[in-house]
Design a protein around this ligand. Structure first.
Ligand SMILES: CC(C)(COP(=O)(O)OP(=O)(O)OC[C@H]1O[C@@H](n2cnc3c(N)ncnc32)[C@H](O)[C@@H]1OP(=O)(O)O)[C@@H](O)C(=O)NCCC(=O)NCCS
Length: 274
């Protein structure tokens, strides 16, 4: 049976997700779940949690399947039923396209493809396995995010990412409030020209986003931001950092490679248009 999750169940869904996917996404997921409880679903059998699904419709008319997970022996059939439930929910709220990221060559990927999703993007999942070995000197032109920097951050967001990937002011401010999440915006004395968004969780860290204004790219600002991000993550207990990037984004991949990141797997970004 699939039903909406209750607030008091979110901790156990999070633990369930950590068991399946590792801890590095968990703060991000918790933030989404608490802000949008309507978009969290659980699948039960004999009152036991066997799976969950989390979606987002805050970029309507594009919706996203954020995470779906089932106990390994409960995947067959149940995963597909959950996906149909999530799709029905998203379309009933006005979404006309749905995106999802899945591991390449995973059983989940085949389920999505059989359902008719088409390939939008191939992504590389990269990891810096030992942050300590790659921390450079702390750049002086990087500082912590404060409200006064929001305009520069949003400008960077607009100029660097297509609408589906842009974060809103509310999202930036909500993420800033979390203790283990930080924005480092780069200020060349008068103007913010880029930012990085990092999250630390139980020894791992996740680089959610990094961007530099196109007019300032290729001048070392991205490298400064990444140095500051790696240092902050290390100071906050992380020994590794992960991220995913468009497999064709050579600029970003060069930057990451120069800072010790290695490819660990590939993901597919899939889309269904209604
Ligand atoms: C990826 C990005 C943040 C890099 O920022 P940047 O300020 O241009 O990077 P830097 O100037 O510090 O360069 C760092 C490395 O990137 C690589 N790089 C920079 N410009 C490049 C270019 N035009 N072509 C190829 N590689 C390039 C180089 O390897 C450089 O290393 P080097 O110092 O040894 O030459 C920036 O290009 C950007 O904002 N892109 C759009 C948003 C984006 O794609 N973000 C990543 C999402 S995962």
């Amino acid at each position: 049976m699939i039903r909406n999750a209750k607030m008091e169940e979110l901790e156990s869904i999070l633990a369930f997700s950590q068991g399946l996917h590792g801890s590095y996404m968990s703060d991000n997921l918790m933030l989404r779940m608490t802000n949008q409880l309507d978009n969290v679903f659980v699948s039960e059998e004999n009152s036991k949690l066997i799976g969950y699904g989390v979606v987002s419709n805050d970029k309507k008319p594009k919706g996203s399947i954020i995470q779906v997970g089932f106990l390994p022996n409960e995947c067959d059939g149940n995963m597909e039923t959950m996906l149909t439930h999530l799709e029905d929910h998203l379309t009933s709220t006005g979404c006309t396209a749905i995106r999802a990221n899945v591991r390449k060559k995973s059983p989940e990927a085949s389920i999505y493809l059989q359902k008719g999703y088409s390939l939008k993007l191939e992504l590389d999942l990269l990891e810096c396995p030992n942050i300590l070995e790659h921390i450079g000197s702390a750049p002086e032109n990087v500082r912590e995010f404060g409200k006064s920097g929001i305009r520069g951050v949003l400008k960077t967001e607009r100029e660097c990412f297509e609408p589906h990937w842009r974060m809103t002011t509310m999202e930036f401010l909500a993420w800033q409030r979390l203790e283990d999440r930080i924005f480092l915006v780069l200020d060349n004395v008068v103007a913010v020209v880029g930012y990085i968004l990092i999250n630390v969780c139980e020894g791992d860290s996740l680089l959610s986003k990094i961007a530099v204004l196109p007019s300032h790219q290729g001048k070392g600002f991205g490298s400064d931001l990444l140095n500051a991000g790696l240092k902050w993550a290390h100071d906050n207990g992380a020994s590794t950092m992960r991220l995913s990037t468009d497999s064709n984004n050579l600029k970003a991949k060069n930057l990451y490679k120069n800072h010790g990141f290695e490819a660990i797997s590939q993901e597919l970004e899939l889309e269904m248009i209604y």
